[in-house]
Ligand binder design. Structure first.
Ligand code: KIV
Ligand code: NA
Length: 275
């Protein structure tokens, strides 16, 4: 199992970190079998599993429910679980109570929080309490309505400088890794170089220390509308769609069930009960 020390060693050795999201038992089985270094139980489950149009409606109970399922499917892979919207902003005390539940009940290896600023104290207090924290900067989907949409962050000099400062601050607060979402590769490269902890990019170019993508996006399973930074490896919507249609057709045409799907008995035994 990966840990903080091994993560730092991977970065030193320039060994790329492969992270993938998972939300339930089958996706966790698949992620663990793939040899991914880290699994993220992302609050993107709001979008790709629950059908919301953002991560904002996702609750702590949702994350616990899905985190437990992922743990059952991937007992031996480093599992990071997202702290959802507003579960770490009300007060440090509230954040720690929520973190305790999420960490203990899912048996995650680490929790992830978005942002910098006031969140830094939470990162530091969680770390002191013994909970490894992964940061998340750049496009932070829980703040989509403040950021003004899903768009690339840090494109001008000022915001680029701010992002670098925030990244350093998240590291200084004790984070074990940092997710950088939707930033120009040149900026992500600088941030990766300046930090000791691994930077795991999503839409942040190849110079990051690792990459993360959403399970459903890799498989094109669910929405067909995918962001530019996604690489799709199979068109599940098409392939699974055909399979499911075939089943329905087989039922209608009586092509299913066949003998091999059927249980039998001696029909004479039914003479009595048929009357
Ligand atoms: O929720 C999620 O899937 C994430 C990744 C996109 C980094 O936070
Ligand atoms: Na997330």
């Amino acid at each position: 199992m990966l840990n903080r020390t091994k993560l730092l060693t991977m970065k030193e050795k320039k060994e790329k970190i492969a992270m993938i999201t998972a939300y339930d038992y089958p996706s966790a089985l698949m992620a663990e079998k793939s040899g991914a270094d880290m699994i993220l139980v992302g609050d993107s489950l709001g979008n790709v599993v629950l059908g919301y149009d953002s991560t904002i409606p996702v609750t702590l109970d949702d994350m616990i429910h899905h985190g437990k399922a992922v743990r059952r499917g991937a007992p031996d892979t480093y599992m990071v679980v997202d702290m959802p919207f507003m579960t770490y902003h009300v007060s440090v005390e509230d954040a720690l109570l929520n973190a305790r539940r999420l960490y203990q009940e899912t048996r995650a290896e680490a929790l992830k929080v978005e942002g910098s600023g006031e969140v830094l104290e939470v990162v530091s207090r969680m770390t002191q309490a013994g909970i490894p924290v992964v940061g998340h900067l750049g496009l932070t989907p829980q703040s989509v309505n403040v950021l003004g949409g899903y768009r690339v962050q840090g494109k001008d000099k000022q915001t680029a400088k701010t992002l670098l400062d925030e990244a350093k601050a998240v590291e200084a607060a004790g984070a074990i890794a940092l997710v950088m979402e939707c930033v120009p590769r040149q900026l992500a490269a600088v941030i990766s170089e300046k930090l000791e902890i691994p930077v795991i990019g999503i839409g942040a170019g190849k110079e990051c220390d690792g990459q993360v993508l959403v399970y459903h996006d890799i498989l094109q399973y669910g929405s067909d509308k995918l962001p530019k930074f996604v690489k799709t490896y199979i068109d599940s919507n098409h392939l699974l769609g055909e399979a499911v249609e075939s089943y329905v057709k087989d039922v209608k045409s009586e092509a299913f069930p066949e003998e091999q799907h059927t249980f039998t008995m001696d029909p004479s035994l039914l003479e009595d009960i048929e009357g």
